[in-house]
Design a protein around this ligand. Structure first.
Ligand code: ZN
Length: 413
């Protein structure tokens, strides 16, 4: 197996599907289809073929002596103006892993998967293909989605041969696989490995997420004539809550178990320089790996919002946008991953994943582990996204080692 070949495949894909402003493989669009066509050619060279499931996920099978299956993969789609590694690193490293076994008969069956629409960049629903396969997708949640141009998801799917009402069949199809492991390599997309000076990390699980909108309602009033003490300023209550949420994250963070709270959206009304805001809506996104910690952070935020509301004489209402429970990865695969990373790089730092990945959708159904590659300057979802060449090479080698170790482990159990 050859890590340099993976890097040259990545460069080839970048040249074909990227522009000066970055990768353009937006799911369900022409450039993404072209990337998949290019990938189909690579698979064809191995004498293998691609099968597409009911949700548009692409699968390649290398039959082994046993139906017990090791799945390798990630996603080829990107955000607009995305990076050259996000998603495709995992798919092309998986390609190299199956290259070594194509035509031979490995002791267990190998499957490569390229998940459809991991990013959700066009229609706003991340992990679309893998959540259909994982069985967590509710079609009614996505049926009405449209992109910025007004194109309906239903029509974009049809254009790609996917019928929205049949997407959930992908779950039944996944269940026919005797899956014993899912291994995903991905760029970290954050600054943790860089801050430790380590090229490769063992991912212990994906964060659970609590995502809500908080609506503070006070009373709009004239900014000149309303004394401070008599105001019902919805913005101040929201701002006080946002500051308190930073303290909540600080309080619940432990070394090696960081948590995050983010207020990313603020809407104020009436949005006039001479008016006290009568209405303020903020988003809150809280993430943690430990379910008890996540629940405690949510409780603390609810208390903080209620307190800020009462101190400012306003009311607050919560609306849940989305939540997912934490998904810790498999202890045996974590050990194999740690061995592989240590053998290649001399050390095996463990870290949780803040962003979600397709791996999170597989975790309820089979043993899962992920490996992270160093992100230069912690940047991702932009053209600057990069992993320094020596780090990239050693990370790919560690991943290929993990695949071999997992095949041997699954064959023996
Ligand atoms: Zn990704």
């Amino acid at each position: 197996m050859n890590a340099l070949r993976v890097i040259s495949d990545l460069r080839e894909l970048q040249a074909r599907t990227g522009t000066a402003t970055g990768a353009q493989r937006l799911a369900w669009g022409p450039v993404w289809r072209d990337a998949r066509e290019w990938f189909r050619g690579k698979i064809g060279e191995l004498g293998l073929r691609i099968d597409t499931d009911s949700a548009g996920n692409n699968w390649v099978v290398v039959p082994g002596a046993s139906p017990k299956t090791v799945i390798v993969g990630s996603h080829l789609d990107s955000v607009p103006n995305g990076g050259w590694l996000d998603g495709c690193l995992g798919v092309l490293a998986a390609l190299e892993a199956i290259r070594a076994h194509a035509g031979a008969r490995p002791p267990v069956t190998l499957r490569l998967v390229d998940w459809a629409d991991e990013e959700g960049a066009r229609f706003g629903r991340s992990l679309l293909g893998s959540s259909a396969a994982g069985g967590s997708l509710n079609i009614e949640d996505v049926r009405g989605l449209t992109d910025r141009q007004g194109t309906r998801l239903v029509d974009a799917l049809t254009e790609n041969g996917v019928a929205i009402d049949r997407m959930v069949d992908a779950h039944r199809e996944l269940k026919t696989i005797d899956a014993r492991a899912y291994l995903e390599l991905h760029i970290e997309q954050g600054p943790v490995l860089e801050s430790m000076g380590k090229p490769t990390g063992v991912v212990i699980g994906t964060f659970g997420v609590e995502r809500h909108m908080l609506r503070f309602t006070g009373q709009a009033a004239h900014s000149g004539s309303t004394p401070i003490a008599m105001r019902r300023d919805a913005f101040l209550a929201a701002a006080q809550t946002a500051l308190e949420c930073r303290e909540i994250a600080r309080r619940h963070s432990k070394p090696g178990a960081g948590v995050v709270c983010t207020v990313g959206v603020v809407n104020v009304e009436p949005k006039i320089v001479t008016a006290v805001p009568g209405l303020c809506e903020i988003s809150l996104d809280q993430r943690a790996l430990d379910p008890a910690v996540l629940a405690a952070m949510l409780r603390d935020a609810q208390e903080a919002a209620a307190r800020a509301a009462s101190e400012n004489n306003v009311t607050v209402e919560w609306r849940t946008i989305w939540r997912i429970e934490p998904r810790p990865f498999d202890p045996t695969l974590l050990r194999l991953c740690e061995e592989a990373v240590r053998e290649e790089t001399g050390d095996a730092p463990r870290l949780p994943s803040g962003p979600l990945h397709d791996a999170a959708e597989m975790a309820p159904h089979m043993p899962v582990v992920m490996m992270f590659a160093y992100s230069s300057n912690g940047l991702s979802h932009c053209k600057e996204e990069d992993t320094p060449a020596p780090h990239l090479e050693s990370t790919i080698r560690a991943y290929l080692r993990l695949v071999q170790k997992t095949i041997a482990h699954v064959a023996a159990t």
